[in-house]
Design a protein. Structure first.
Length: 252
């Protein structure tokens, strides 16, 4: 049985109404008519299709060429030698004697090569109006900013928001160094345990901790942070349990 419906017309009916049929119609080999594209539209569509095809060909060639360049570059690139410039010592006295610089956003003394003063200052002065630093966990003995910047202390307490800014600062340090040859970045910023510690803390978003007057406890870091010049050996620095998707709830 021949198909019926508004989209089909018998050839005999079409000829009876329109004589030999419209120029815009064609007939298939079973006797049913269909709309033939207008010649003008055919030219436009053909032209557009050709332009799209040429564009796709050009894009594919560009991607193939780029991949080839990248593959050759990745294959023959030799990782830069890693140089450890060492730590600043066991306390602030040794840090000063070793010519190190105190980074308020790291809560640590660093070798000058690993200190980004511009970035550290921008993070501190952006939010410091909301922070008050204390010498005690009760938040009664205030530590002035001038004293804080000297780095001559062992520990302090501050609002939880400072801890969040500290994590953001380290991520910003990582981003600023990515792609640089050689990369100069301290060992804490290269530490995946610390990175995941920050990620977990931000994910939990403890409101009580964030709003606490002296909820964040910071200890001065000196001998635990190295200044390293050289590539970041990503997968070598990620412990096996972290590569499998597990993340620590606490830093180191």
């Amino acid at each position: 049985m021949a198909p019926t419906g508004p989209g089909y017309k018998r050839v005999e009916e079409n000829l009876a109404k329109h004589g030999t049929g419209s120029k815009s119609e064609e007939f298939d080999d079973v006797g049913y008519s269909y709309r033939r594209p207008d010649p003008a539209w055919t030219k436009v569509v053909t032209g557009n299709a050709l332009a799209i095809l040429l564009s796709l060909c050009a894009l594919i060639l560009a991607l193939v060429a780029s991949f080839g360049i990248y593959e050759r570059h990745a294959k023959f690139e030799v990782p830069s030698e890693r140089i450890n410039l060492g730590t600043c010592g066991r306390n602030w006295q040794e840090a000063e004697a070793n010519g190190c610089v105190y980074d308020v956003m790291m809560t640590a003394w660093l070798k000058p090569q690993c200190y980004d003063k511009e970035l550290s200052d921008s993070f501190f002065y952006r939010d410091s109006a909301n922070w008050t630093f204390y010498r005690d966990p009760e938040g009664k003995d205030v530590m002035p900013h001038e004293e804080l910047f000297q780095g001559r202390y062992e520990e302090y307490w501050v609002q939880g928001t400072y801890h969040f800014s500290h994590c953001s600062y380290i991520w910003a340090k990582q981003l600023r160094q990515m792609g640089k040859k050689p990369m100069t970045l301290d060992s804490k910023s290269r530490n995946w345990y610390h990175t995941l510690h920050c990620a977990n803390m931000l994910a939990e978003a403890n409101v009580t901790y964030i709003g606490g007057r002296a909820s964040s406890h910071a200890k001065l870091g000196t001998n635990s942070i190295d200044c390293i010049v050289g590539d970041w050996m990503t997968f070598e620095s990620i412990p096996a349990e972290l590569q499998m998707g597990a993340g620590p709830s606490k830093e180191e």
